[in-house]
Design a protein around this ligand. Structure first.
Ligand code: ADP
Ligand code: ZN
Length: 533
């Protein structure tokens, strides 16, 4: 029996109140819903927690037919569909986790017009049988969630998203809405182009999360620093433990850190993709339902976790991109109450990530993009001005210093690094005259500090004019100079060997037209001597 799902509500407000139990729309929700319910396309950039789901769920209830939602995360799909069904919405999903009889039932319901919303994983949507199935029913709209996954150069590319451009040709009259919480201008443009959304109206919400306090600290002894942080942030006004997320890069370190925190009285649990599904589910449930649970996780944790009162997000390793950092920290304080985003990072993070980029599969252009992501993240870490201003500028949004980040609250000590920069940059200029040179930071520092290493002697670099002119700074200080110059865009690392080269902006520093300020770094413990008993 074929049928068409009827329009369930006459107005958006009726649907909002009746289905979701809310009184009023937030931000641009009403305008977005109008656009899509009226048959137009939309591109929506809205931060996590902004309320993107309603922007396609309500139009689907206002239009005849079934709203098709493309969503990349199967776990998320389950949760969303469950929540909708509890609210009386006729919703279902199609994905690879289902048995064939379950799929057959969903397909029957779709064709009979018994579904308001149908969630489909992109790899399933892109198959001819699914497309033919959809063609036999009536589609109210297409919603493409996590639309930044279409960006080949983004941090979360999924090849299946590229084929979604075909929806426009196959269903030219069905409105399409693409949504993401990742919103650099470049991603925005790519979403618009690759998903054929030329005629769409664009809705760009502010990415500011004023209740989140951003703090970035140099990594010295990270376990101890983390514990101090959790001890200081981990209680509410009544002295009860609060919920938080700690992100680490490796599975092993999530387990070690969770152990360490637990030994010190924190209710911490590890979470990563290598753990048994049942264990993961129980951890997630405890985190959602109980108070004061701290989850120490890889980035596998958090997508689609709708817990409004997460009080802190801590990163003990440098995120790979500002987009990722923003998305992860955005899980704090979704209830609008004060929350903290804390990050510790050191040169070791930079070295490790550059190595991971070098060793990653992918062509040179791809690696350059990863490097650019990393450099933007570093610039945020090294900035001597407002973190939030820097973060929002990355998303193309202008703002004034915020008064609620570490650099606003305690302006960092800085030193005039102009002369040091000139020494380093002019050494690079001299080395660039050599053909096929490929020297990294270590060799540069050796030259500046006047060390006659075998390599220095082999290439005759002890006869360079800059040999030994940098003995006023230590090796770690010089490495800090390199890192901060990279972060400020006054130096770049190019090619697969990460050769250091000048940028367009470096010339002004060499010519003395531009001064350079560096953050004063804390004294780092010398490797080996800081080992504790
Ligand atoms: P996003 O997908 O943008 O991260 P969600 O759609 O998950 O955000 O919404 C975040 C939270 O805000 C959810 O708990 C949702 O129910 C709630 N929410 C969304 N719109 C409204 C509204 N107009 N009024 C009150 N709460 C809302
Ligand atoms: Zn600030």
């Amino acid at each position: 029996r074929l049928g068409v799902a009827p329009a369930r509500y006459a107005t958006a407000l009726d649907a909002l109140r009746d289905v979701f139990g809310y009184d009023a729309f937030r931000g641009e929700q009403a305008a977005i819903i109008d656009q899509v319910a009226g048959g137009g396309d939309a591109v929506v950039l809205m931060p996590t927690g902004g309320g993107k789901s309603l922007c396609y769920q309500i139009p689907a209830l206002l239009r005849e037919g079934t709203g098709i939602v493309v969503s990349p995360l199967i776990a998320l799909m389950h949760d969303q569909v469950d929540a909708l069904v509890r609210n009386g919405v006729r919703a279902a999903y199609l994905n690879s986790s289902q048995q064939s009889f379950e799929r057959a039932e969903v397909e029957r319901a779709y064709l009979a017009g018994e579904l308001d919303l149908l969630y489909v994983a992109p790899e399933r949507l892109n198959t001819e049988p699914t497309l033919r199935l959809l063609e036999r029913g009536r589609i109210a709209l297409f919603a493409i969630d996590e639309a930044h996954c279409v960006s080949q150069w983004g941090h979360d590319f999924r090849p299946d998203y590229l084929a979604l451009s075909g929806l426009a040709e196959r269903w030219p009259d069905v409105p399409r809405i693409a949504l993401t919480a990742t919103a650099t201008e470049a991603t925005h443009k790519e979403i618009t182009e690759r998903l054929s959304l030329e005629r769409a109206e664009h809705f760009v919400a502010s990415f500011d999360r004023p209740n989140i306090q951003y703090r970035i600290a140099p990594k010295i002894e990270v376990r101890k620093q983390l514990l101090d942080f959790v001890k200081s942030e981990g209680r509410d006004a009544d002295g009860n433990a609060v919920a938080g997320i700690v992100y680490a890069l490796s599975r092993a370190s999530t387990e070690k850190l969770a152990d360490y925190l637990r030994q010190h009285g924190v209710d911490a649990m590890p979470y990563h993709a290598g753990l048994d599904a049942g264990v993961r589910r129980r951890t997630q449930e405890r985190f959602l339902r109980e108070d004061g649970v701290v989850v120490v996780a890889t980035i596998a944790f958090g997508m689609g976790i709708d817990k409004p009162d997460v009080r802190f997000v801590a990163h003990v390793d440098l995120p790979k991109s500002v987009e990722g950092y923003y998305q992860e920290t955005g899980r704090a304080g979704r209830d609008g109450q004060p929350a903290t985003a804390w990050l510790a990072y050191g040169l070791q993070d930079v070295v490790q990530q550059r190595r991971m980029i070098d060793e990653s599969p992918g062509d040179l252009a791809f690696k350059r993009r990863l490097t650019a992501h990393l450099d933007a993240m570093l610039a945020l870490c090294e900035t001597v001005s407002c973190r939030r201003q820097n973060l929002l500028a990355y998303f193309g949004q202008q703002s004034a210093p915020c008064g609620n980040c570490d650099t606003c609250l305690e302006p960092p000590a800085s030193w005039d690094g102009t002369v040091a920069s000139q020494k380093l940059l002019s050494t690079i200029v001299r080395l660039q005259r050599e053909r096929g040179q490929r020297y990294g930071a270590g060799h540069l520092v050796d030259i500046l500090r006047g060390k006659r290493t075998p390599r220095v002697e082999q290439y005759g670099h002890d006869s360079l004019a800059t040999f030994g002119i940098g003995d006023d700074l230590s090796d770690p200080q010089w490495r800090g100079v390199v890192r901060q110059l990279l972060a400020q865009g006054l130096l770049q690392s190019v090619g697969e060997y990460g050769v250091l080269a000048l940028t367009e902006a470096s010339g002004a520093v060499l010519a003395g037209e531009h001064t350079v300020a560096f953050r004063t770094e804390p004294d780092r413990p010398v490797r080996g001597s800081s080992r504790r008993a």
